[in-house]
Design a protein around this ligand. Structure first.
Ligand SMILES: N[C@@H](CCC(=O)N[C@@H](CS)C(=O)NCC(=O)O)C(=O)O
Length: 225
């Protein structure tokens, strides 16, 4: 039986959703973020040394990193569903999005989160004006243009097909969901990018997505759209 080590409000929601789409039975082991730091509790380090979520166990195997987890579940338990056939152009596109989500789309969002905290969070009075000015400048000169570049690119890509790999829903759409939900929450993704906005509306309407939410619990990322 697959056990999903599930941190509240986190990327592991994607794994629950994938398992629901495939109809694979699973158990949830729950972990709660620290209310101040938002970090995972130390118990998660007993499952994997980094103590990050998601991580799954399947028999004697422990698998971390959401892209690797999704690949593993689809290959081992998917029975050919939710991924294009190996060796096809569609499979190459699928692999691209599986890596792009965490490798390219998350980093500028993480930078925005960090520099927003520097700009708006607490800091000693004598550094506050400098910290604020630097954070504002880094966001203006680098982070915001990068986010715009990515979101414009993705809007164009989704203008050409129903889903990221073509007209078939695939696990790449599940992998892409988290950075796009995060962008809707914190990086200004809204109805002015109609294809991305419609993508979020479509995924939120999927019965398996809703079942995963019911089992996983509160998930801020789904509430914006
Ligand atoms: N690239 C990793 C990122 C894992 C990650 O940073 N997870 C966050 C939750 S969304 C986490 O565990 N944060 C709590 C912590 O770092 O203590 C993946 O996709 O699995």
């Amino acid at each position: 039986m697959i056990v999903v080590h599930h941190l509240n409000n986190s990327r592991s929601q994607r794994v629950l959703w994938l398992l629901e789409e495939l109809g694979i039975p699973y158990e949830i082991q729950r972990y709660q973020r620290d209310a101040q730091t938002m970090l995972a509790p130390p118990e998660l380090k007993q499952v994997h040394p980094l103590g990050k979520s998601p991580v799954i166990t399947d028999g004697t195997r422990t698998i971390a990193e959401s892209g690797a987890i999704i690949d593993y579940i689809v290959e081992r338990h998917g029975g050919g569903r939710l991924a294009p056939a190996p060796g096809t152009d569609e499979r190459l596109r699928y692999t691209y999005w599986m890596h792009y989500a965490e490798g390219s789309l998350m980093p500028p969002q993480l930078l925005k989160l960090v520099f927003d905290r520097i700009e708006f969070g607490p800091s000693p009075w004598f550094v506050k004006p400098f910290a604020k000015a630097i954070a504002r400048e880094v966001k203006k000169a680098f982070i915001s243009p990068q986010l715009k570049l990515h979101l414009d690119y993705l809007e164009g890509e989704l203008g050409r097909s129903d889903w990221f790999v073509g007209n078939e829903f695939s696990a790449a759409d599940i992998q892409m969901s988290f950075p796009l939900e995060a962008a809707a929450l914190r990086a200004g993704l809204d109805a002015s990018r109609p294809c991305l906005y419609a993508f979020l509306q479509k995924i939120h309407a999927r019965p398996a997505y809703r079942r995963a939410l019911e089992r996983g619990g509160k998930y801020d990322f789904a509430s914006k759209i």
